[in-house]
Design a protein around this ligand. Structure first.
Ligand code: NAD
Length: 503
């Protein structure tokens, strides 16, 4: 399937495409694009230029109520929830094909909306499309169970969709995080209401257009742009939403659990923040390659990554030598125009996040950490929000930059002497999302891996994985799992049927 536009390849191509790009800005409710009931809108801004891209419908509790009503009506109607899984599969594969056809446009929307380099956005599209296809292909291969009963009974365990799922997602990987939530929920037969981040709503609204074109039944997939404390909160407090599938900060994740408790005890799946340790032992073979990976682990996506390898733990025997190599690798990762396919880092999502990151950098200096590089804003594009790759050495676990999630291009380096000390430092965090470990010693790899308190452990790589393995955290990084068959199962309910048989 070829794209209905000239495929952009160069910086100039992407710039030309950006200039002619139009935006859907209305909410998608019950198969129609509509303004918010209140008529309110909010601005979405290109952080690489500071220019307003569009004004988007600002939904609130009134819109949430209408969308939940239509989602429930669709679920009860059964033309999605009760049809053969193979038919849902066909429509979801059609949606994946449409996303493939329009992937450059979808990537461009994410880049314009939140500042990530366009080559990185294209990578996200591949991930999002793969997620749709994996879940579509899986759903007609999931069987129920027949229990091992005596002859006088038949015990069945059926899997049924939950009902109405509200997916509340962040801005750092707008469409990929969306796909991780909506693909398994839709495949399992639920009605889904998507609330994109107010900082990156455009690709979600384009996705709604594609879902309509793919032929998803009315009310099965709806998109409500707006703020967390208005429409997000209303969805979370709704008595008729059965499940909240959330990716975002730990603070908001905690609020969602409270809302569930205050309303109908809906299921709450949380994928939250992190402060991930990346441990480098002195026995690594190729220190240059490890250093390149360690730099990319924090500076990819401007450090706005839940699994950013933001705590680099280096064995003291090689520490100074290794830091020199990381500094060299980071030099090649300076921010560039997000529309340039060669840029490694792009713009910081908005003023609030930009000021927050600069505040953490100031605090790191005040706390006595040694600033080895970066730490400044840079004038990459006029009016844009860019920060250079920043590396602090001599960080201690008591320092705020060593503990809190900065969510920006700021690396904290710690030294350790023994394996035991490395494990203790790695686990000394309220988060438990990802951890990395670099060593050639297989015994050590297994010993350390087992003791790391983390949803993911990357051995001699960072951020490896595909749709076949689950993704999620422990501790205050959350309780849910995206990707793999494990995520598909989260969106269905078990029903036990016990039949008495007469002979
Ligand atoms: P955020 O928590 O501020 O917002 C996430 C979403 O929640 C947004 O759509 C927002 O509008 C909504 N929201 C905010 N307040 C709400 C409320 N009271 N009720 C309902 N909804 C509300 O997070 P963010 O700034 O968008 O994203 C950054 C965070 O996301 C970081 O902490 C990062 O680690 C985390 N994240 C985690 C993963 C993961 O898989 N674990 C992936 C990506 C991002």
């Amino acid at each position: 399937m070829s794209a209905p536009y000239a495929i952009p390849r160069s910086h100039a191509d992407w710039r030309a495409m950006a200039e002619s790009q139009s935006f859907e800005t209305r909410a998608f409710i019950d198969d129609a694009f509509v303004d918010a009931a209140s008529g309110e809108t909010f601005e979405t801004i290109n952080p690489a230029t500071g220019k307003v891209l569009a004004r988007v419908a600002s939904c609130d509790a009134a819109d949430a109520e209408v969308a939940v009503h239509h989602a429930r009506a669709a679920f009860d109607r059964g033309d999605w929830s009760r049809i053969a899984p193979g038919r849902r599969k066909k429509l979801l594969l059609r949606l994946a094909d449409l996303m493939e056809t329009h992937k450059h446009e979808l990537a461009l929307l994410d880049t314009l909306d939140m500042g990530k380099p366009v080559s990185s956005s294209l990578g996200d599209m591949a991930g999002a499309i793969a997620c749709l296809r994996y879940n579509a292909e899986s759903i007609d291969k999931v069987y129920g169970e027949v229990a091992p009963t005596g002859e006088d009974s038949l015990g069945l365990v059926l899997r049924e969709p939950l009902g109405v799922v509200a997916s509340i997602v962040p801005w750092n990987f707008p469409l990929m995080m969306t796909a991780w939530k909506i693909a398994p929920a839709l495949a399992a037969g639920n009605s889904v209401i998507l609330k994109p981040s107010e900082k990156s709503p455009l690709s979600a609204l384009r996705l709604a257009q594609l879902a309509k074109e793919a032929g998803l039944p009315q009310g099965v997939f709806q998109v409500l742009p707006g703020f967390g404390h208005t429409v997000g909160k209303a969805l979370a407090l709704s008595m008729d939403v059965n499940c909240l599938a959330f990716t975002g900060s730990t603070a908001v994740g905690k609020q969602l659990m409270q809302y569930a408790g205050q309303s109908n005890l809906k299921r709450v799946y949380l994928e939250c923040g992190g402060k991930s340790p990346n441990i480098v032992f002195a026995d690594c073979k190729d220190l240059d390659a490890v250093a390149e990976n360690a730099a990319a682990a924090i500076f990819h996506n401007q450090g706005e990554v839940c699994i950013a390898g933001s705590r680099l733990l280096v064995e003291n025997a090689i520490r100074e030598d290794f830091i020199e190599r990381v500094l060299k690798a980071a030099e090649g990762m300076q921010p560039g125009d997000p529309l340039n396919p060669d840029s490694f880092m792009g713009a910081i999502v908005d003023q609030t996040q930009y000021q927050r990151i600069l505040g953490y950098i100031r605090q790191g200096v005040e706390e006595g950490a040694h600033l080895r590089s970066g730490g400044e804003s840079v004038e990459t594009c006029p009016g844009g929000l860019f920060i250079s790759p920043t590396i602090f050495d001599n960080v201690t676990p008591e320092m705020v930059i060593g503990r809190e999630e900065v969510f920006g291009p700021v690396l904290s380096v710690f030294g350790f002497d023994t394996e035991e000390e490395a494990i203790r430092m790695a686990n000394d965090s309220l988060y438990g999302l990802a951890a990395g470990l670099w060593s050639q010693d297989i015994d050590r790899i297994m010993r350390v891996t087992r003791r790391l308190e983390s949803g993911q452990v990357y051995v001699n790589n960072w951020a490896g994985g595909d749709m076949t393995v689950p993704f999620g955290g422990v501790k205050q990084s959350g309780n849910g799992r995206d990707k793999s068959m494990h995520s598909l199962q989260e969106y269905s309910e078990l029903k036990t049927v016990w039949m008495s048989l007469t002979s």
